[in-house]
Each structure stands twice: as C-alpha cells, then as structure tokens.
Design a protein around this ligand. Structure first.
Ligand code: NPW
Ligand code: K
Length: 494
C-alpha cells in the first residue's frame, strides 16, 4: 500500500524525529537520497550539467545539498536562486565548497542534462510565483527531478491553482503526499521515488492499493463454498432504451467473485441470451429473490426510480450508479436516512455535481471544477450522503464518510469509453455481495477495472465488453503478483 500523509502530519512527525536527532540530519538524509536518484538518472555524473532551482526554504536546501553531493562527483552544478537573500545558507555554502556556482542564466534550464526543482515543497501554496513561472513553459532537454513535490502542486490536495513545473521524477521524503497521487497534481509528478528518512507516521490521510493489498481482499472459494455462500449479486440495470447497460453490468458482476448474478429488469431477455448463467426476472428488485447486494441504475432510464426505491428498501448493501444517481440527486440524502446497510455511490463528475446540488449545496458546480478538486469533492459527497463514494475520472478516488480515502493508481484514459462504468458497477457490486467492506469493494473494483482497461486496450481503443473479458486474466495477475503495479515500493535508503 502506498501511504500518503498531509503536510500537517509530516510536520508533526518531523518535529518528533528532529527532537531526537542532531540538527540537519533529516535534510542530509533527504539530500543523499535525492542525489542518489539523480545519479541513477544520468548516464554518468562526471561532466554532467545540472541546474538547481532553489527557493527560499528547506526544499531549496535539499536541492542545494544534493547539488553539492553531485558536484563532488564531478558534475558541473549551477544554482539559480529564486529568492537570493533567503536561500538556505548551509546548502549554498556546501554547494560552493563543492565547486558549484550561482547563476542567473535561465537558459541553462533548456540545456542542462538534469534540473532539480527545489523551488518550493510542502511549505508551498498557490501556483508558481511570477519569478518562477517562466520555467513552466521553457523547452527542456534533460530530465526535471522535483524535490519532494513538483513546485506549484498543492501537496495536500493535488490541486494546481496556477502554473506548476512538470517533473519526470519526483523524489519525496518520508512519505508520499496526497497531491502526488491525485490528479491533476499526479500528472505533474512523473515517476515517484520514496526516500525513507526515518519518520514515524500516523495512519495515512490517503492510500493507494497495490497488487498484494488487492490480492488479500479478493474472495477465493474454498471446499465448503457454494454459489449462495459466495454471495449473490442483484443487478437492476438497463431498460428497453438501454439494454446494453444491463449486459455490461452483468458482465462486470460475473467477474467480481459473487457465486451468482440475479438480474432484475426489462432487459432480461438480452441478458440471458448473452449470459445463460444469469438468473433473470423482468420485475424489479422487490420481487427478485434474495441477494447479498444490489447494483442499481446503469442504463435504468425511467425504471431507475422504482428500482432505486425497491433496492434501498432492502437490508443489503446497495451500489447506485448512473440513472440511479440522477434519481438519488432528485431525492437528496434524505432518501438514504433510514438505511442501516451500506450505500456505495459511483458518480462521474457530472453526476457528482447533481448530487451536491441535491444535497442542498447550492447550484450544481461545473464538472471541471470538481475534477480539479477531486479529494475535496469526494469527501464532500461522502459526508453529505453518509455513503461510500467512488468518484470516477482521471484518478478515481474512493472516500468513506468522514474517514479513509483511497486513490486508484491503475486507471487509464482508454477506459473513458461508453459502458465502461457499467462494468465497474457490476464488478464492485459483486465484490460487495461476496462480503467485502464498501471501501474495499469499491477500491479493489477500481483497481481491477483499471488493469483490465489497460490490458484490453494495450494502446488502442477498446470496448467495455473487452474490459469485462479481460478481468479473469487481471485477477490471475494480481493474485500471482505479476504485471504492471506488481512491484512493492522499495524506499531508497539514504
Ligand atoms: N518535513 C520533513 O520531514 C523534511 C522536509 N524537508 C524539506 O523541507 C521542505 C519544506 O521546507 P519549508 O518548510 O522550508 O518549506 P518550502 O516548501 O521550502 O517553502 C519555503 C517558503 O517558500 C515560500 N512559498 C510558498 N509558496 C510558494 C510558491 N508557490 N512559490 C514560491 N515560494 C513559495 C514560503 O515563504 P514566503 O515567501 O511566503 O515567506 C515558504 O515558507 C520539504 O518539502 C522537504 O523538501 C527535508 O529537508 C527533510 C525533512
Ligand atoms: K519542489
């Protein structure tokens, strides 16, 4: 599991650690790990041209000390100081003592073999300031390594309020920061490299699952299992107008670990033609028989209101998507008030805007605004509806009301294809029916769905049905610890 901590959590851990260590120890550890990563990125350190962009704080200090270590190994290191009077004195002295120089030549940004972005780290807010904005648009030849956080990215939220400096690699210290894992910030961070500096950290503010975490969550049948013990998932989806959504949600549900899929709705004939193994009825959830979780809403059209009402009246977990969400936004959070069993909502940003408006939070915000502030949006929704919310998008995030947040690391833009969300709903509902807790079901489903999207696409357009068809091989890869994302994080020790 990749764990991310907020600036406040990092500051507290740093203070506790610093109290027991000689002054400057953590910065030396950080700089050594940073220099080691830079050295690995260069064909050879000796003779390389390195530009250090150093701001006014300790982030600049890390960069200057790392520059000094690289200068000692024969690199030609120039430091451009964005606030010369406030540059880290110790770091600057070390750089000079190692043969590095101070420059004001901005063109070095475009000619250097490597640029170290030490403009601002966890002390930053707002986008790049005027003196540094030029670097966001200058051409580059070498790689840019962000020190702790790409400057201009909000470390706690991943929001990018102005210009920011795009990195090829971000070397972060002690722990990941939420802004490195959540878009748009994540898209500025490049490859992440964690350098352990010995911080003792509390529970993370945000976590990203990896193969081993998902493998441990996936339900696996044993000798005692039968289809009912494995869980039956009910799918109330599709309509005369959108029968395909029913087929896709059932396709996802068949690959989620439940022992059986019960379909309830007007597309029963299409579903059973495609999947003879599905149990079907053309009525609503109320008369469909016992299930362990309901998925309601994909392609539900006019029938979504009735299906939602009947599913919510049950005592099992309910996942609401698509037309079900539109109906829920109309009803508002009061529709969930009497429920004891969990509710999982899976909106995209457009649906999220309607849900927020439905919760009395003013007129619907623009979807783009919500996408730019994904963590805040998912937390607001989870709190307003007291439900587990999976917010779809460039990085899918899942939040519990007032609690844990997970970010999915496996997504791919190829999944932005019609019907892909229906497969995800079915899959997540199936994991719920198999007994996973809502946060686990939603985040494991997003993880598998992302990998299946990658595998089905392989760099070319794909279809939702192909994504569903790729799920078995993705299960196998995750359980075997194979394929992209399989490597556990090995922090570089300084
Ligand atoms: N915590 C740890 O465990 C360890 C932390 N370490 C390192 O320390 C870093 C944090 O250092 P830090 O606290 O000195 O803050 P930092 O990010 O350098 O900002 C400094 C000043 O910049 C300013 N400023 C604000 N926004 C800005 C902007 N957009 N653009 C430009 N300037 C902006 C603002 O000052 P102002 O100008 O507003 O007075 C702010 O006070 C951390 O990221 C890591 O690299 C490691 O050494 C080892 C252990
Ligand atoms: K930085």
């Amino acid at each position: 599991m990749r764990r991310a901590h907020t600036v406040e959590q990092v500051r507290a851990a740093e203070a506790a650690r610093m109290a027991r260590l000689p002054e400057g120890t953590l910065m030396q550890r950080a700089a050594a790990g940073l220099a080691a990563t830079c050295a690995r990125l260069l064909p050879r350190v000796y003779g390389s041209r390195i530009l250090v962009l150093a701001g006014s704080g300790d982030n600049g200090g890390d960069a200057l000390f790392a520059g000094a270590l690289l200068a000692r190994r024969g690199a030609r290191v120039d430091a451009l100081l964005l606030a010369p009077a406030k540059a880290h004195p110790g770091g600057l002295a070390a750089l000079r003592a190692a043969g590095g120089r101070v420059t004001s030549d901005q063109s070095l940004f475009s000619t250097a073999d490597l640029v170290l972005d030490g403009i601002v780290g966890i002390g930053g807010s707002g986008g790049l300031r005027p003196g540094a904005q030029v670097f966001a648009s200058l051409p580059r030849r070498g790689r840019v390594v962000a020190v702790d956080v790409p400057s201009g990215v909000d470390p706690d939220t991943g929001e990018v309020p102005g210009a920011a400096l795009r990195a090829d690699v971000t070397v972060c210290f002690g722990t990941y920061k939420p802004g490195l894992l959540v878009d748009p910030g994540a898209s500025y961070a490049g490859v992440l490299q964690l350098v352990g500096i010995g911080l003792e950290l509390p529970d993370p503010a945000l976590a990203a699952l990896q193969h081993a975490d998902v493998a441990a969550l996936l339900p696996v049948p044993d000798a005692e299992s039968d289809k009912y013990r494995r869980g039956v998932v009910g799918v109330a989806a599709g309509s005369a107008r959108y029968p395909g959504a029913a087929v896709l949600a059932v396709a996802g549900a068949l690959h989620g670990g439940a022992g059986a899929v019960r379909y309830a709705g007007t597309a029963a004939a299409e579903v059973v033609r495609r999947f003879p193994e599905a149990l079907v009825t053309d009525g609503g959830p109320a008369g469909a028989g016992r299930v362990q979780a309901w998925v309601v809403g994909p392609g539900g059209g006019d029938g979504a209101a009735r299906a939602l009402g009947e599913a919510l009246a049950s005592d099992v977990p309910v996942l609401v998507d698509a037309d079900g969400l539109t109906e829920l936004a109309r009803l508002g959070p009061a529709a969930l008030a009497g429920r004891r069993a969990p509710v999982v909502l899976t909106p995209h940003t457009g649906e999220a805007a309607r849900l927020l408006a439905g919760a009395g939070e003013g007129p619907p915000p623009a979807a783009a605004e919500l996408a730019a502030a994904r963590l805040a949006t998912v937390r607001r929704l989870a709190a307003a509806y007291r439900a587990t919310v999976l917010l779809k998008g460039s990085t899918t995030v899942v939040a519990e009301p007032g609690g844990a947040v997970r970010v999915n690391p496996t997504g791919t833009a190829w999944l932005a294809t019609a019907g892909s969300g229906d497969v995800l709903s079915g899959l997540a509902g199936s994991l719920l029916a198999a007994g996973l807790a809502p946060l686990d079901a939603a985040s494991a489903a997003a993880y598998l769905h992302g990998l299946a999207g990658r595998s089905a696409a392989e760099g070319a357009p794909t279809t939702a049905l192909a994504v569903a068809a790729a799920l078995p091989q993705v299960w196998r890869a995750v359980r075997a610890g194979r394929g992209p994302g399989a490597e556990p994080d090995a922090p570089v020790r300084a």
